[in-house]
Ligand binder design. Structure first.
Ligand code: THU
Length: 132
């Protein structure tokens, strides 16, 4: 169920997508990650002429938040033109901090493509508990 607060988070992700630096793919992505205290960290994809050096919107939002001292998160909104889902690397990085994260994926028209748990996007995610 998407409520007004969810719409605010989706709007923050949509704004971030407008700041995407994606001259190579021309596929803007925006993410808005809500920390447990309510602070929202936004991110966009930032590409590079050396393609693998680019980074996804979700990881930009996550590293901004973690580097500001946040480690617990409640919701993530992701907005793309087509309602595309976070890539595997982003799912894994988010899992490290928030295996129970709620992920909302929307397109730029506001259509919801997915609203559910990160664990549904990354079943059997690998966590630090597996390391001796
Ligand atoms: N991208 C993201 O920002 N998030 C994802 O999870 C999927 C892919 C970006 C990476 C690249 O800049 C562009 O979308 C096309 O792959």
């Amino acid at each position: 169920m998407i409520d007004a607060l969810d719409r605010d988070l989706i709007a923050a992700a949509a704004s971030a997508a407008e700041r995407a630096y994606c001259p190579y793919s021309r596929y803007p992505v925006g993410a808005a990650l809500e920390a447990e205290d309510g602070t929202v960290y936004a991110g966009c994809n930032v590409e590079n002429a050396a393609y693998p050096a680019g980074i996804c919107a979700e990881r930009v939002a996550l590293v901004k938040a973690v580097s500001e001292g946040r480690r617990r998160f409640t919701r993530l909104a992701v907005v793309t033109r087509t309602g595309g889902a976070p890539c595997g690397i982003c799912r894994q990085m988010l899992y490290e901090f928030a295996p129970d994260l709620r992920v909302i994926i929307a397109d730029t028209a506001g259509q919801i493509a997915f609203d559910g748990a990160l664990s549904a996007l990354l079943p059997l995610g690998f966590g630090g508990e597996h390391l001796p």
